[in-house]
Design a binder for this molecule. Structure first.
Ligand code: GLC
Length: 486
């Protein structure tokens, strides 16, 4: 080692370890953020704990499009599909869209409290809402934009929503769109795959500088992270195979900035669209069960529930109640409360979270069909929530009669929650586990003991023939010696 090197090493030894690690990471040319680099598995588990236990969140798509309600020129744009995309669907430029949509977007004074109350009543533990969707209209009071609730309504809707959610004890997440159909420097021609109402047309304002848009994006996110206290989730949306990540959004940098400001935040994977971030291509089906933590904390199956669990990967299925995210007065394809409850159970049985969407109207009121469904879920969760919160995936493949979740009990025991969709007609529920000691079974709703026998490699519970709950009746089964998963 020559003197110069020795001197450098000595100087480095006086630098705090965190700074040193940062320098090493940068030196190695790692795109990985220093925060991600230094986080141990235990630290990550601690950060993800509340989210993994929560299992159920409310998604909200709400913005200028909500007042248009899927109608343009007095006619339905369509009866299905995302009406938060109405500007793109009718190919309106931002001025035309804003002129029609702004007068119809009239948030009531109490809308946020109504959302938050409904989320809590439904049993949601967190709420994620659109701080900005693809139309570019920001719900906060932004200093870097004049296309925001502060400039146009003289209100900070983000503040109203965050305060209402916190008052109901909910965690809060921001959905934030990378795509922007308003900003005059957003270079939409750089992607063939990302939607834009003016796609194929020249930029109306001549040459654009995407770097200016990236700076704006960063400044707006900085506002969101600075002015509303702790933010629990950042839900980015979205990227294309041909335009994503560092090139499109300076994503690694953006994530590092977010983590430095909000070290406990949880972020999704949609700043990227590469296999290492869980994407195999375009389209909602093009996902795979993998995620390198440098690209986010969880993957985001959209409008579907993966067939099997994803061991080792945190995931959250986001889903609409009808077929649109943003409100449409023409979409009547509502899922039944039974479907939604069983979806939540199905997802928990596979170790995932359910982010269930509502699309409030222009005044912030929630469609009655969504209110009713959320209340029905809440009634079920009130009795059976213990079989959802803080559970992990079933130890066996889904049985014909329903689903199963599990929790560790003290002393090495396991509690299985059997969510029975189809109550056995012969009064015998067969559970595919071979326990040496007969497990103890109870109905979760009432605590009534049920008799259990074990033989032939299965456990059989005597249930009687009448289902206690039409949608899903839960039996808890305490097993002393659960065999390892085959
Ligand atoms: C898609 C859509 C968007 C919706 C989102 C929810 O990315 O572009 O409208 O907000 O999915 O997952």
């Amino acid at each position: 080692m020559n003197d110069e090197v020795l001197f450098t090493v000595k100087r480095w030894l006086t630098v705090p370890a965190s700074v040193l690690l940062l320098c090493v990471a940068t030196h190695m040319g790692e795109a990985q953020t220093p925060a991600a680099k230094m986080e141990t598995t235990a630290e990550r588990d601690a950060r993800m704990k509340w989210w993994r236990e929560a299992r159920f969140g409310m998604f909200v798509h709400w913005g200028l499009y909500s007042g248009l309600a899927g109608t343009w020129d007095g006619k339905p744009v369509a009866t299905t599909g995302g009406m938060e995309w109405i500007q793109q669907r009718v190919k309106a430029d931002t001025a035309t869209y804003a002129a029609r949509a702004i007068p119809l977007f009239k948030p009531s004074p109490s809308f946020a409290r109504e959302w938050a109350r409904l989320a809590r009543q439904a049993g949601c533990r967190y709420i994620v809402f659109t701080t900005k969707h693809h139309d570019g209209f920001a719900l906060h009071d932004s200093k870097v934009s004049d296309f925001d609730a502060g400039s146009i309504l003289h209100r900070d809707l983000v503040k109203e929503i965050v305060e209402a959610a916190r008052a109901e004890g909910l965690r809060v997440g921001f959905y934030h769109s990378m795509i922007d159909w308003h900003h005059d420097q957003y270079e939409y021609a750089r992607s063939q795959q990302l939607p834009h109402p003016l796609k194929g047309l020249d930029y109306p304002n001549g040459k654009r500088s995407h770097a200016i848009y990236q700076k704006y994006l960063r400044d707006e996110v900085d506002e969101l992270l600075s002015n509303y206290g702790p933010v629990d989730v950042l839900w980015w949306d979205f990227s294309a195979v041909d335009f994503q990540g560092d090139e499109a959004w300076r994503a690694s940098d953006l994530m590092a900035d977010v983590r430095s400001r909000q070290p406990n935040i949880i972020m999704n994977n949609r700043l990227f669209r590469i296999p290492e971030a869980g994407f195999t291509g375009m389209g909602t089906a093009a996902i795979s069960a993998q995620l390198n933590p440098r690209y986010g904390d969880f993957i985001t199956p959209e409008q579907h529930i993966p067939a099997t669990g994803m061991p080792g990967v945190d995931w959250e299925t986001c889903m609409t109640m009808n077929s649109t995210w943003g409100y449409s007065e023409h979409d009547h394809a509502w899922k039944s409360a039974e479907t939604l409850i069983r979806n939540l159970i199905d997802i928990a049985s596979k170790g995932g979270n359910y982010l269930l969407n509502i699309g409030p109207k222009g005044d912030g009121t929630i469609p009655v069909e969504s209110v009713d469904a959320m209340r029905a879920i809440g009634a079920w969760m009130k009795v059976n929530g213990e079989s959802i919160y803080g559970t992990s995936a079933s130890p066996f493949e889904k049985p014909e009669w329903g689903r199963c979740t599990r929790k560790a009990l003290p002393g090495g025991k396991t509690r299985l929650y059997l969510q029975v969709f189809d109550w056995p007609k012969n009064g015998k529920l067969v559970v595919p586990i071979a326990a040496a000691k007969a497990p103890v079974a109870r109905l979760l709703a009432t605590g009534r003991r049920l008799s259990v026998s074990t033989s032939g490699g299965v456990t059989t519970i005597s249930t009687g023939t009448t289902a206690p709950d039409r949608v899903a009746s839960v039996i808890e089964l305490d097993v002393a010696d659960l065999p390892a998963r085959p």
